[in-house]
Design a protein around this ligand. Structure first.
Ligand SMILES: *Cc1c(COP(=O)(O)O)cnc(C)c1O
Length: 481
């Protein structure tokens, strides 16, 4: 038990009152963090190492812990900062951040008829509207693209079983005849892991080549499906990618829809990154086909910029999803009349493999409500412009070359010079050390390339220019020796 009874101590060791005061301790540092630029992180390593202390027997008390929290804010990842263009992550602006706090405090779960439950349903219906999905589809918010992919593929597996008269959820995957999943080699790594978790096995994933501008080579992919089927394999699903995390490439979704329909194969689209670009005329012709897919994953914690931990999964065939996620009612949640605990919330099953879960709908709702569909479109268009701005400058610079034409908000390019592969690695390292902009490194056609992905809401034309300026600034020092 903690010692004494300060103003923050009641019957429990944890403080239960004085929320405003606690926030006041943290607000200045949080404000400063939100305003900071990328910058180099001096001394961060030591400060982080100092955090590793043994489990205290006697609690430190709320004041001390708040002080420590306050001190570590400065070392947070500068994802929100203008100039951050690595990964495919964004950081939340003010309203989604605060909504997360509201959800944590007042809506600790999405069960029962709480705002959390109602807003999850509303947020899902808004997402379905954005993607022109039939309201007869089902969907839910889960922790991110990885779990959303797992969920969608579980439904696809269930549907493949149903076509063979097999209940996979009940009898297991062994009942499926040589299951295969098909994708371009641009498919995100979470797909293979989902197959491992679903018992289908990573080797069930069959890939066809893809190009960084045009996506998967359709003939090659369909050729494999037809050949495997002739050999008795079960085509469980095709996974298309709408916004590959490395280059932003989008597979030819309209052609994939037609080819999968013709073969009666489930089409899953990983639109974790690209989905929210649906209203931009440059990519809309491809993304409009999301409406025809059997399942889609899109990540609100990317372009919609809600706090990390929110992915959305949409599944056209409710039956397949509910069969995959069937849950017996829990005795300890009795007295409320529903079949499963989730019935208490909406009168419908929850379309998620999770059980207790945060009220993510509240956060997604807040983000969409704040900026609206127009605000989202403007954000996406600005980011697509920035990628093209960098590409145009790269093409004008004799010492640089484009590795692929930008499709979404990602641009990949290379510095010219001796020992080319090592040069790209060195350039990215040197640019990041200076701290003005934070690009990342990727591989395009098997070789290293400099990559910038514009998702951060604060990135501007000045940051896009700074990326090229910084590369040009470090280049002479790296090519001279
Ligand atoms: C980010 C991403 C994922 C993984 O999603 P998480 O939200 O990080 O779990 C999968 N596919 C693509 C294309 C992505 O960009």
């Amino acid at each position: 038990m903690a010692e004494g009874k300060g103003p923050d101590r009641g019957i429990d060791a944890a403080r239960v009152a004085g929320l405003g005061e606690a926030l006041a301790v943290l607000t200045p540092a949080l404000e400063a963090f939100v305003r900071r630029r990328a910058g180099a992180d001096s001394g961060r390593g030591e400060r982080l190492a100092a955090l590793r202390t043994p489990l205290p027997a006697r609690g430190l008390g709320s004041a001390e812990v708040l002080e420590r929290l306050n001190a570590l804010i400065v070392d947070g990842l500068p994802i929100a900062a203008p100039g951050f263009m690595a990964f495919v992550n964004s950081a939340p602006p003010v309203v989604p951040s605060v909504a997360q706090l509201v959800a944590a405090i007042s809506a600790p779960s999405r069960w029962w008829s709480s705002p959390g439950a109602v807003l999850e349903e509303l947020a899902m219906s808004w997402l379905m509207e954005l993607f022109s999905w039939p309201t007869t589809g089902a969907g839910s918010l889960v922790s991110g693209g990885a779990v959303a992919t797992l969920t969608a593929l579980a439904a696809a597996r269930e549907a493949a079983g149903a076509r063979q008269g097999v209940d996979v959820g009940r009898d297991g995957v062994a009942a499926l005849e040589k299951p295969r999943i098909y994708a371009g080699d641009n498919v995100h790594g979470v797909a293979g892991r989902a197959l491992a978790l679903l018992g289908l096995g990573r080797r069930a994933l069959v890939t066809a080549p893809s190009s960084p501008s045009a996506g998967v080579k359709l003939d090659r992919l369909m050729g494999r499906i037809d050949q495997d089927r002739a050999e008795g394999c079960t085509a469980v699903a095709v996974i298309a990618t709408a916004g590959d995390a490395s280059t932003g490439a989008i597979d030819d979704l309209p052609a994939l829809v037609a080819a999968c329909r013709a073969r009666g194969v489930w089409l899953h689209v990983d639109a974790s990154y690209g989905g929210f670009a649906i209203d931009d005329p440059r990519v809309a012709p491809r993304l409009a086909a999301l409406a025809e897919a059997d399942s889609v994953v899109v990540d609100p914690h990317k372009w919609l910029a809600v706090p990390a931990g929110v992915g959305a999964v949409l599944v056209r065939e409710r039956r397949a999803l509910s069969a995959a996620l069937r849950l017996p009612s829990a005795a300890y949640l009795g007295g409320s009349g529903g079949e499963s605990p989730f019935d208490l919330a909406t009168g419908r099953p929850a379309w998620t493999p999770e059980h207790s879960a945060p009220a993510r709908g509240l956060v997604v709702w807040a983000a969409l409500a704040e900026i609206g569909r127009d605000g989202l479109r403007a954000r996406v268009s600005r980011h697509l412009d920035l990628a093209r701005q960098v590409a145009a400058r790269v093409q004008r610079e004799p010492s640089l070359e484009l590795a692929a034409d930008p499709v979404l908000s990602t641009v990949v390019f290379r510095a010219r010079g001796p020992d080319r592969d090592r040069l790209q690695v060195a350039v990215v390292r040197a640019v990041r050390a200076r701290g003005r902009v934070i690009p990342s490194l990727t591989r395009v056609h098997g070789a290293p390339a400099i990559r910038a992905c514009f998702l951060g809401v604060q990135n501007s034309e000045a940051d896009a220019d700074a990326l090229v300026d910084e590369v040009l600034a470090v280049l002479p020092g790296l090519t001279e020796e």
